[in-house]
Design a protein around this ligand. Structure first.
Ligand SMILES: Cc1ncc(COP(=O)(O)O)c(C=O)c1O
Length: 377
């Protein structure tokens, strides 16, 4: 198997990912550094308010230190208990599924849809048992999952839905923004996401009644507001941890929100150019293209090809980086090893490839990548 080490950023090289640093981020972070609050303080609250207005449909938003922690907190708030089962994507970042292992919850993997690489609702339906408590879905690359179908299964069996929207800031489904749909939605602000706070995440809650608990569990189980109001001798009655975001990070997030529309426009234009440039390329299928009932957040462009390694080698020769990024999670021993019966994933696992897409790129860069693919490999 060929190895493709990371490429240097340079004029000739088209790297796979690159952080987007908003123009005002440095100044806004510097301002915070001169104040009393550099940890969790007023900027965190402001970021939550602004994010809620823009992407949360006014719901309560809880800023977290990472998307992974936000998922872990969502699973706690969904009251998942040891022995419970959760139906969750086989194909995702391990962050979606690792928190279950800490909680003694059993992740039950569902197969992908071949045309989107999102979770397949039909397989979800087949996997429901009397122990199932929740469904987790990942909007792979930024394309929303089939939320109506997933919600129908959840309603039938009284299950919670937790959306892992790490890739999906700015996506929408049938007119509703991702963040305004399910019981819990998690966003990631890790280095290369649409919005970055270095590392960070946001948990959007449908049930306002969970807001106080979410804030306590985020901070050891302590009511931080009461503490700051002068009540220091408080008891701790539920186990919390340290999931919070800092004001330094939130300042970056606020700077990013000011530019997010331009970021989304550019990313969407780049993805549209890939779809156009590869539309008639018979050896290449662009994943998740052609939907009119949902808006793609254009975080990644994934193609399905034959002889993937040969294509990666050819792209390398043309100074273009590519990678798998995510892998089927049953390749990792921690999840119990390889499973059978995931027919779509079995068929696609050697064929999917992620192409460069980020805000340092131009439409011309995408055309260069498409031209390289069209030459064949
Ligand atoms: C699908 C998915 N879920 C969860 C995460 C974890 O988010 P974070 O890196 O912010 O912890 C990531 C990656 O970053 C991801 O791609």
């Amino acid at each position: 198997m060929n190895e493709f080490p990371l490429m240097e950023t340079s004029k000739e090289n088209i790297v796979l990912f690159h952080p987007h640093m908003p123009a005002k981020a440095a100044a806004m972070v510097t301002e915070v550094m001169g104040t009393r609050w550099i940890g969790q303080g007023p900027k965190v609250e402001k970021f939550e308010e602004e994010f809620s207005k823009r992407f949360g449909g006014g719901r309560t938003c809880i800023s977290i230190g990472s998307g992974t922690d936000a998922l872990h907190l969502a699973y706690i708030l969904a009251d998942l208990q040891p022995g419970d089962e959760v139906i969750t994507p086989l194909f995702t970042c391990t962050a979606t599924n690792i928190p279950f292992l800490y909680m003694g919850v059993k992740p039950v993997f569902a197969d992908v849809q071949a045309h989107t690489l999102n979770i397949d609702p039909e397989d979800v339906r087949r996997k429901v048992t009397s122990k199932t408590r929740a469904i987790v879905c990942v909007h792979y690359g930024g394309l929303p999952c089939d939320m109506d179908e997933l919600q129908a299964i959840a309603d039938e069996h009284n299950l919670k839905i937790i959306e892992d929207a790490a890739h999906a800031v700015g996506a929408s489904y049938k007119g509703r923004g991702v963040g305004e749909i399910s019981d819990f939605t998690m966003f990631s602000f890790q280095a290369i996401k649409h919005i970055t706070t270095g590392d960070g995440g946001m948990l959007v809650l449908k049930d306002e009644a969970l807001a106080d608990k979410a804030r306590r569990v985020r901070w050891f189980g302590i009511d931080r507001r009461a503490k700051q109001g002068g009540i220091w001798q408080n008891d701790i009655t539920e186990i919390g941890y340290k999931y919070q975001m800092t004001d330094i990070a939130a300042a970056m997030g606020l700077a990013a929100l000011e530019e997010i529309d331009a970021v989304l426009d550019l990313r969407k234009a780049l993805l549209a150019e890939y779809e156009k440039g590869l539309a008639n390329c018979r050896d290449v299928t662009v994943i998740g293209a052609g939907y009119t009932d949902r808006v793609h957040a254009a975080w990644m462009c994934t193609v399905v090809v034959e002889r993937r390694e040969a294509l990666q080698a050819k792209l390398r020769e043309h100074n273009i980086e590519s990678a798998q990024v995510h892998y089927r999670n049953d390749r990792y021993s921690i999840f119990g090893g390889r499973q059978s019966g995931h027919v779509n994933m079995d068929a696609l696992e050697d064929k999917y490839l992620v192409l460069p897409l980020h805000t340092k790129m131009t439409v011309g860069d995408v055309q260069r990548v498409c031209a390289t693919l069209r030459e064949g490999w």
